[in-house]
Design a protein. Sequence first.
Lengths: 317, 294
Amino acid sequence: MAIFILKRIGLALITLWILSVIVFLAGQVLPGDPGRFVLGPLAAPSAVHALDHTFGTDRSVPTQYWSWISHFVQGDMGKSYTYQSAVAPIVIKALGYSLKLALFVFVIVVPLGIAGGVWAALAAGKPRDRIISVIGASSTVIPELVSGIILIVVFGIALNVLPISATAPPGAGLPTQLYHLILPAIPLVLILFGYIMQMARAGTIEALNSDYARTAILKGLPRRTVIWRHILRNSLLPTITVVATQVGYLIGGLVIVETLFHYQGVGSLIVTAATGRDFPMLEAGILVIGVVFMVATLVADILYSLLNPRIRYQAAE
Amino acid sequence: MSIDTIPIESTAAIRTGQHELRRELLHELLRSEAFLAGAAILLFWILAAVLGQALVPQDPYAQNLGIINQAPSGAHWFGTDQLGRDMFSRVIVGARDILIVAPLATLIGTVLGTALGLVMGFLRGPTDDILSRFVEAFLALPVVIIGILGVTALGPSKGTLIAVIGVIFAPLIARTVRTAVLLERELDYVPAARLRGEGSLYIMFVEILPNVLPPVVVEFTVRLGYAVFAIVTLTFLGFGIGPPSPNWGLDIFTNYGVVSAGYWWEVLFDALAIATLVIGVNLVANSIQQAIEQ
C-alpha cells in the first residue's frame, strides 16, 4: 500500500513538473518582451531594458525557469506586474474564495446526485428512472454561460429575488455570503448533477445485479438492509472517483461563473491576469490550480484503493 | 496466436462487409428520433451560417444610434443592442464564426490525437510512458484555462483559437485512441502483418487505424460539442474572436454590462442560440455513439 501511494505521488510530481515547464514557456517565452508591454510602444529602449532587468527577464530561459520554480516551491510566487506586489497572498486569498464556492457546490450536488442516482436505479427502466435520467443528461450539456445568463435574467432581473453579484457586502455573515452564492452555484450544480447521478445510477444497478446482492436477498434479509449495507457501499465506489475528477472541471467552470457573477476567486483572477498580461500572476494562478487538481486526483486514487481491495492487490503485484 | 487461425478472406469480401455495416449504421441513425432532431437543429444553424447575411431582415453590422437598447418588437424581433444593431440578425449571422472554428479545431485535434494515440498504444514502453506524462499534465488543467494561456501567449485571432483548441483536444482524444489500440494490437492480424514484413508505420496507419475508427468518430462528434462550448466561453471571457463580428460569445461579452439595467434581450437570445447548437450537436453525437455500440 505504501509503495502504491509513493508511486502515485511520484507520478503526480513528474506531471506537475511538466506542467510547470509548459506554463512557464507559454507565460514567459512566447509572449515576448514584458518590459516593452508594460511601458508601451513609445518607451525608450533603455527604459525597457532597465525594467526587463528588474523583472529578471533579460536572463537565459533555463536560469529564469530555475529561479522561478525554486522560489515558487518555497511559497514565493514572484511579483505581479499590475499590482507591483507579491503574487502569493493575492492568489491564496482568491483560492480561499473559490474553495468556498466550490465547497458550497459540492455540499449541494454530491448528496443530491447520489440520492438521485440511487433512487433512479431502484426503479430502473420505470418512468421515475427515465425522468431523472433525462434531467441528468440534459443538465450536463448546457454550458454554464448559458444557464448562468438564463438564471440571471429570470431570478435576478425579471423576478428580482436573488442577488446577481456573488460578492456579499463587506462584513456580511456566513448566511448572507451563502445567499449571494446561490445563483452562481446553480450552473455548476446542474452540470455536476448529471455526472454524479449517472455514475451512482450505474454503480447501483451493477451492485443490484451482483451475486452478493442476490445472495443477501435470497438469505431473507429485508430490502432496506440489503440496500444500505450491501449495495450502497459498492455503488458509491465509482462515484468517489467521479467526484474527484470533477474537481478539475469545477475549476474550469469557476472561471466562467466567477466572471459572470463578479466573484473574486482564482478563476476571475486568472482572467484578469491574462487580460492585463500579468504573467507572474497568470502562471502562479494556473500552477496552483494544477496542484489542487493533482492533490484531488491523488486523494481519490488512494481513497478508491482503500475502499476497493482489488485495486490494492493489483498495484502490489 | 498461431498463424493458421487467421481467416482467409478476399479484401473485396471484407470491403462489402464494411459497406453493409455502414449502410446499417445509417439506417439505424435515420430511425432515431434524437438523431433526426439533432440533425435538424444543426442543419438550421449551418444554413444560417452559410446564407445568414442574405436571409436576415437587417444588416447585422448597421448601427443606428436612434434606436439603441430597444426591447423586442415587431420591427426588431430580438430587440436592438447598445449600438442600435438588430439582435435577431446578429444572432442568426453569429452562427458563422462558430461553425467555421469549431469543426476545424475539432478536426485538428482528432487528427493529432489519433496519431498520438496510435503511437502511444502501439509502441508502448518508454515512448508511451513519456507521452503519457505530457498528456496527463495537459489534462490536469481545465480546457478553458489552457485556452486562456494559449490565446494570451499567441495573440487572439480565429487561427489561434483553432490551433489552441485543436492542441487541447489532441491529448484527450489520444487517451481514448490509445486504449482502443492497446486492445487491437493483441489481435492476430497484427503479428500476421509483421510476418508479412510490414513496417510499424504501415501496421499503425493501414492495419490498426481502420479498426479504431468507430471510437474516433464518436470522439469527434462529442468533442465538437465541447469545441462550441470552449469557443463561446473563451470569446465571452475576451479571449476569442474580436469585434465587430457578430458572434454569440462576443455579443454576451459586450452586452453583459447592461443586463442589470434590464436589457436582458441583448444576451438571452445569444445564450439560447448557444444552447440549441450544443444540444443539437449532443443529440447527434449520442445517437452516433449508440448506433456504433450496437
